[in-house]
Structures are given as C-alpha cells and as structure tokens.
Write a protein that binds this ligand. Structure first.
Ligand code: AMP
Length: 418
C-alpha cells in the first residue's frame, strides 16, 4: 500500500484538516497513512501499532468524519486503562475542534453522574474502560443502537487484564453492521483470534513489526549489585539531559520506597500505581507532564496509554518479567519523532528476565557497568568479541540473587550469551 505524504491527500473534511493543523501535525505517521484511507471507506481495520506511533489518530480521524450531531452514541473506544481512555477522549476533543461533537470518557474510580448525563444525553463519542462501561450497560444507561464504529484499543492489554467477557458483551449488544477496528501493540494468538472473530474483511496494517522498539530509542543495560540501584539512579539523575524521567518498579511498595528515597535526596518525585486513588494518579501525571516534578515512579499501571511528551529517559529500575512489558515501557520515550533513552538495571538474579527480553527482541542489548555499582567489580561488555568462545553454563542462575553466586559464576554469566 502506498503511503500518503499529506493529510490533504487523504480526502478529509476541512474541519478535520484544520483541527489536525491546530495540533501541529504536519504529515500523517505511517500507521495513519496506512489505516485512514481504508477506514474512511468503512472497512474494518486491524492495526498492529504501539503507543507513540500515532495510532489514536489512525482510528479517530477517519471515524470522526461520519459523525452526525444528535444521532446518539456513534463511536465507542474501549481502552485497557483509565489513563488511556482519558487520553483518547482528549485526542478526540482536539480532533473535533471547530465542530459541536461531544466526547466523554467513562472510566472507573470517578463518579457515575456526569457519565450518566453523557450516555443518556447521547454524546457522540465515548472512550471507556470495559468494566465501568459494562456497569452502565447493565444499568440501562447506554443505547448502542446507533453505534457506527467500535474500536478496541490496546486489545492485547485488555485481554491480559481479563476484560474479554465485558468486550464480548459490548460486541453482542452492538449493531451487526458497525465498523470494527482493533489496535494492538502485539499480536499473540488470543488477540489474533479475537481480531479474526470480530472483524469482516479487515485490512491489516502494521506500524512497525510486532513488538519492535522505535528506532529513536537508545537502550542501555547496567549490570548492578542488588543494593546499589538507588545510588546508581541518583548518580544518573545528575547527568546532563535527564530532564523528565519515568522510572518503573516491579511492586507498588517498591515504587513508594524509591520515591521516598529520591525525595530525601532532594529529587522531586511523584508516584503512580493502582493503590493510589484516581485523583492522586491524575495529579501525579499532571505534575510530571507539566514539569513540576522531574521523576515519576510507576508500576506497570502507567505503562500503556501514558502519553507525556518529552520523556527523556525511561528507567527499568526492576527488569520486567514479561518481555512485552519491556517494549511497552520503553515506548514511553522516543515518541513521535523525538529521541529518548531507556536504561535497565539488571542484577545477577534478573539475568533470566533480561535474556527473555533479548530473545523477544531478537538482538542483544548493550551492557554497561559503572565502577562501584557493577556486580563484577570491573567493566564488562556483551559484544560478541568479548564473549568467551565456550561460555560456562551456569544453570538455574536466573532466579538466584547475586549474593548466592560465586565470583566465578558471575563472571561466567556476564560473558554468557545463550
Ligand atoms: P499515539 O500513538 O496515538 O499515542 O500518539 C503518540 C503521540 O504522537 C501523541 O502525542 C500524538 O499527539 C502524536 N501524534 C499523532 N499523530 C501525529 C502526527 N501525524 N504528527 C505528529 N505527531 C503526532
């Protein structure tokens, strides 16, 4: 499929072109060029695209072209997280600029009343999380009879989170002649099957090969002793250009503890995880996005849908256990054409997870160690020529902590490539 170089050549309305221009978008991203022409014709679309590729515009721009005022709910976008639903709604408002189209987000953790008003009032566009939306469906607050476009955004994540029953409920109650679009960063079997099941003659478009990392992201792995992660982070935060830093920890308690520690060292920090109330999460995101704080410490709740421009660095303070999470986490930087850097702290006990990530990516990640922080006490590299020709097998080490390992085992692991 040839890719359109301009929005004008896509056949969009003047209102939409003006709204796009007001956003400062000068040309369509690859996924937009691929998806918009087919979606405008009413075709179903399956898009393999991660956040950061412009996927929201890819489904929102064409769907909005057909909206008719006063005809009730016409576009429904289901999203895995509150943050993403709110972001998608915000994008729809911006793309609807200059028209009277009404957009609401319907998410959990906030009051029902304004949502009921929007749903009963037949607002044209709703971005929702499946749980809360189904609550409203059950209560009879939603009329889906005029639904024209149903979008499942980040379908892989929604299935991971167990939203299949709610999604199926919405599908069952939606008009059969609707247009369906499914976007997903990855295409594991379950999502693939769902896509085939719910779309008809869909065009399949792909932003980048499934699960790949944007070219503009520089990645680096620090091999560290378990106890030095906080000091290493503080050290790196002193570096040039570490302006807006998103740090991922594995646990909520870990996020709270790290945030406290950074604050005690004078680094302004916010925390975001699922135990925090909605208004705290919104405030944290806001303070991070506006630069009131430089560091946001988060668990994977913030991983998808978080759309903050200008994140300079993503730090995997703990190595994600699921390789897909690595791709999504680091996709928070290097967005829409700007460069970013992702660093990952790896202890000997986390090497197994790192290897799964490298296997998933199909390439190895550059390893660095800083004197005083590294677990072997000397600088190591993982480049091919530095590896021993016959690396020692160090079976079962992936789950042990560095303290359990002999110096010899550590050395073997550092040069070990399988
Ligand atoms: P998304 O993948 O939809 O989350 O979009 C990622 C970021 O890219 C958002 O900040 C969008 O505002 C921005 N964006 C989307 N489309 C374009 C475009 N055509 N040109 C420049 N930026 C864009």
């Amino acid at each position: 499929m040839s890719e359109a170089a301009t929005f004008e050549s896509l056949g969009l309305s003047q209102d939409r072109l003006a709204a796009i221009e007001a956003q400062g978008w000068t040309k369509p991203t690859p996924i937009q060029s691929k998806a918009i022409p087919s979606a405008l014709k009413g075709q179903d679309v399956v898009g393999i695209a991660q956040t950061g590729t412009g996927k929201t515009g890819a489904f929102m721009i064409p769907s909005m072209e057909g909206v008719e005022m006063g005809k009730g709910l016409q576009i429904l976008i289901l999203c895995p997280t509150r943050e993403l639903a709110q972001q998608v709604a915000e994008d729809a408002r911006l793309l609807g600029k200059g028209t009277a189209v009404r957009v609401a987000d319907v998410v959990g953790g906030v009051g029902y009343e304004p949502q009921i008003e929007a749903l009963r009032g037949g607002w044209e566009i709703i971005a929702a999380t499946p749980g809360r939306f189904n609550d409203h469906l059950e209560r009879g607050n939603v009329d889906l009879s005029n639904l024209r476009v149903l979008v499942l955004d980040e379908a892989d994540r929604m299935l991971d989170m167990g939203f299949r029953p709610q999604i199926e409920d919405v599908l069952r109650r939606s008009p059969r002649n609707r247009q369906t679009m499914l976007f997903s960063a990855t295409m594991p079997n379950g999502v693939h099957a769902l896509a085939l099941q719910i779309t008809k003659d869909a065009v399949w478009v792909e932003a980048t090969p499934s699960g790949t990392v944007a070219d503009l992201i520089e990645e680096e792995v620090f091999m560290v002793k378990p106890g030095v992660k906080p000091e290493l982070l503080l050290h790196l935060l002193e570096g040039e250009n570490w302006d807006q830093v998103l740090v991922f920890t594995r646990t909520k308690a870990g996020a709270d503890a790290l945030s406290g520690r950074l604050e005690r060292h004078g680094v302004k920090t916010e925390v975001m995880h699922s135990d925090r109330r909605m208004q705290h999460r919104v405030r944290a995101l806001d303070r991070f996005a506006t630069g009131a704080v430089r560091v946001l410490v988060a668990t994977d709740v913030a991983q998808r849908g978080l759309d903050v421009e200008g994140i300079s660095h993503v730090v995997n303070y703990d190595v994600p256990m699921d390789p897909e999470d690595y791709v999504h986490r680091i996709g928070r930087t290097g967005r829409a054409g700007s460069a970013g850097k992702a660093v990952t702290f790896v202890t000997a006990g986390e090497l197994g997870y790192l290897k799964s990530i490298e296997h998933r990516l199909g390439r190895s990640l550059d390893r660095t160690s800083l004197e005083g922080y590294d677990y072997a006490g000397e600088s190591q590299s993982s480049s091919e020529q530095d590896r021993p020709k016959h690396p020692r097998k160090a079976g079962g080490i992936g789950t042990r902590s560095a303290d359990d390992l002999t110096e010899e085992e550590l050395q073997a692991l550092l040069g070990h490539s399988d």
